[in-house]
Ligand binder design. Structure first.
Ligand SMILES: [Zn+2]
Length: 116
């Protein structure tokens, strides 16, 4: 199983960076988790938020967030429209499903014929 985070959007924040105090480097990256196996590919409802600063190249962890950052974060969290969680079956799954149906039809046919 492969877990991947797909990029949803990046938002520039006008807040002061808690590390370097610059106010034009902070940005928030929003990503959504996807899962891929040999049978299906799914978009999960799990969202990951990463905050970092372009000026000092630091990752800003929630422990370092100021009240202002938290407010802005809550706002963007609500404004971000993630992809609808979904599951796409791959060829292998369809083949398994179709073979299942065909086997069922054969079994039913055999049962019907032997009862005649
Ligand atoms: Zn910074």
């Amino acid at each position: 199983m492969v877990e991947k985070f797909i990029f949803i959007k990046e938002v520039d924040l006008n807040n002061n960076c808690p590390i370097c105090y610059n106010n034009d480097g902070l940005y928030l990256t929003i990503k959504q988790k996807t899962i891929e196996t040999s049978f299906y590919k799914a978009i999960t409802p799990e969202i990951k938020y990463d905050m970092a600063c372009k000026t000092c190249k630091s990752t800003i962890y929630p422990v370092n967030w100021t009240d202002d950052i938290e407010l802005v974060f809550e706002y963007h969290k609500k404004a971000a429209i993630p992809r609808k969680p979904s599951t796409h079956l791959k060829k292998a799954s369809w083949l398994a499903i179709f073979s299942g149906i065909i086997i069922t039809i054969c079994v039913v046919a055999i049962l019907v014929y032997t009862n005649l």
